[in-house]
Write a protein that binds this ligand. Structure first.
Ligand code: ZN
Length: 161
């Protein structure tokens, strides 16, 4: 019987092989943000179309290249965030980073991350939990969080306009 880890690996590979929302959007009105993870050579490109009036992520597209974890994470992020409010997207960013931080402290054997767990309360992570299941080393966590840090950068830049 396949274990949970096999299931997680399948979810990651599915997103890696068939990334959601891949493509580009015209800039402007969309905003282009890029992120790099020099530790692994991952790059992500994000096109964000934010609706200022409704405060929603109207559309987004992704591009870039890198390892399966970085690219799957970006695909999952795009699927979760599209159509969400900017506030909802920010909540998800915090929750995902908390999930990874808890995981990292477990991998490094310090702390139980009880304070971080508060960020996760009431947030549905769905497929995103699969990333926690396949990231085996703290250094790979940078691969998983790259897309989310890039999204955060895009939202911050838009808020500063
Ligand atoms: Zn990577």
């Amino acid at each position: 019987m396949p274990g949970l880890e096999d299931l997680y690996r399948e979810i990651i590979l599915d997103h890696y092989r068939a990334p959601r929302n891949r493509g580009e959007l015209p800039v402007p009105p969309a905003r282009k943000v890029e992120g790099f993870n020099p530790l692994c050579g991952d790059e992500v490109v994000l096109y964000l179309d934010l609706d200022a009036a409704s405060g929603e992520v109207r559309d987004l597209r992704i591009g870039g290249q890198g390892c399966s974890i970085s690219q799957a994470s970006m695909s999952m992020m795009s699927a979760e965030v599209k159509g969400k409010s900017v506030d909802g997207a920010r909540r998800l960013i915090r929750a995902f980073k908390a999930l990874m931080s808890i995981h990292e402290s477990k991998l490094e054997g310090d702390g139980d991350g009880a304070d971080l767990a508060a960020e996760l309360k009431g947030v549905r992570l769905g497929d995103l939990e699969a990333l926690q299941g396949v990231v085996k080393f703290p250094v790979r966590i940078k691969c998983a969080t790259l897309a989310w840090n890039t999204l955060q950068q895009g939202l911050d830049e838009a808020a500063a306009d």
